[in-house]
Design a protein around this ligand. Structure first.
Ligand code: ZN
Length: 153
């Protein structure tokens, strides 16, 4: 990681960890799941309401390291109000972003700035941290599949 990206990485992660976005419980949500990353001790619950194909509202609660909380905060910002198709594409993009050595597949979306998400690609140098970064996303997938809980392994 070059120096600029490292500074940006710390800034973005610390900001979101300090003031997580959409950090609350949605009562009467249509989907919910609890995610557990035992290797780090991160526990993230994701709540959402869908209206047909659209994610009307999404939030999360939980405790965890700065990376797991920042990733959940960024995720909820990016997908609120978006379609399930979009979420799936973004999920695939993010997975490759944090796990692959090569450049991830092209993903562009006029309405979405991927800058903060791309900052998280810094975790791919630290395999244990990848699970922290992907926990919220896996929990979201579980919620959408109506599974109550998911654990990273
Ligand atoms: Zn963690």
């Amino acid at each position: 990681m070059d120096l600029d990206l490292r500074e940006l990485y710390q800034e973005v992660i610390l900001d979101h960890n300090k003031n997580p976005h959409n950090h609350k419980k949605i009562e009467d949500c249509s989907h919910h799941a609890d995610g557990d990353n035992p290797l780090c001790g991160d526990q993230i619950s994701v709540y959402l309401n869908t209206d047909g194909n659209i994610i009307q509202d999404i939030s999360f609660e939980g405790q965890g390291c700065a990376i797991s909380v920042a990733s959940a905060s960024i995720m909820t910002d990016l997908i609120k109000g978006r379609s399930l198709d979009f979420v799936q594409k973004l999920f695939n993009y993010f997975q490759s972003l944090v796990t692959q050595e090569d450049t991830p597949p092209d993903f562009t979306d006029k309405e979405t700035s991927l800058d903060e998400l791309q900052v998280l690609s810094g975790v791919k140098q630290f395999p244990l941290r990848v699970k922290c970064a992907t926990l919220a996303w896996q929990t979201l997938q579980a919620a959408l599949a109506n599974q109550e809980s998911v654990a990273t392994h």
